[in-house]
Design a protein around this ligand. Sequence first.
Ligand code: SF4
Ligand code: SF4
Length: 223
Amino acid sequence: MIIAERKPMNEITGFIEGKAKILVVGCRGCVTVCNAGGAKEVEILASLLRLGAEKEGRGLHADELTLERQCDPEYVEELSQLMDGRYGAVLSMACPIGPQYLARRYPEARVFPALNTSFLGGALAHGVWSEFCQACGDCVIHLFGGFCPISRCAKSLLNGPCGGSEGGKCEVSKETDCVWQLIVDKITADGTLDAFMAMDLVKDWRTSRDGGPRRIVRQELLR
Ligand code: SF4
Ligand code: SF4
C-alpha cells in the first residue's frame, strides 16, 4: 500500500492562512490503513486547526469529510454539492493522487496536500512501516527468493551483497535487515542457490523509464 504521513503543522497552517472556512477531506484507502489520512486523522487535523485558530483569536470553520477513495472520479464526485466556492481551502488527506483528482474536477477550488507520501510498503509492527517496492514496472522478485533488492537494499544492488552486512543487518542502518542476507537464506533453504549463482540477470528498466506518466489500460474493463 501507499505509506504516507501528515505534513508538519506549520506547513499546513501556512496553506490555510487567512481562510475563514476550509474543508478537510480524508480517504478510506491506503492512508486509512497507515493511520495518516482516514476519518480519525481528518477529525484530529480539523480539531488542531480549529484550536490553533482559537488561540490566535480568530475564527475558523473546518468541515470534515472522508471519501471512499480520492483516486476514483466516482467518489470525488460526492463533493460536487459542496464545491460552490464556500471554502477558502480544501486540505486533502489522501496520497498525492487525491489532491490531483480534486484539483482537476473542481478547478475553482484551492486544493492543498496535507500528507507527504513516502513509499510503497507494509507494516513491520504496530506504528512501523517499511518500503517494499519502488514500482519499477518489471517485477523480478521471483529471481531473488521473493525479496526486492531494488527497494530493500540501501544501495539497490542487483548482483549480490555489498559485503558490509553484519549479523544480518544492513551496514547503512542496524535497524534494517540486509535484504541480501534474506535472499541468500531463502534461496539456500529452497534449494535454488545454484540456479541463482548461474543466473545472468539483466534488468529491463524501460518500463520505469519511458519518459512520462506510466499508464495501464485493461482492455477487458473498457466499456
Ligand atoms: S522488482 Fe520492481 S515491481 Fe518488484 S518489488 Fe521491486 S521495485 Fe517493486
Ligand atoms: S548491507 Fe545488505 S542491504 Fe545494506 S547496502 Fe549492503 S547489501 Fe544492501
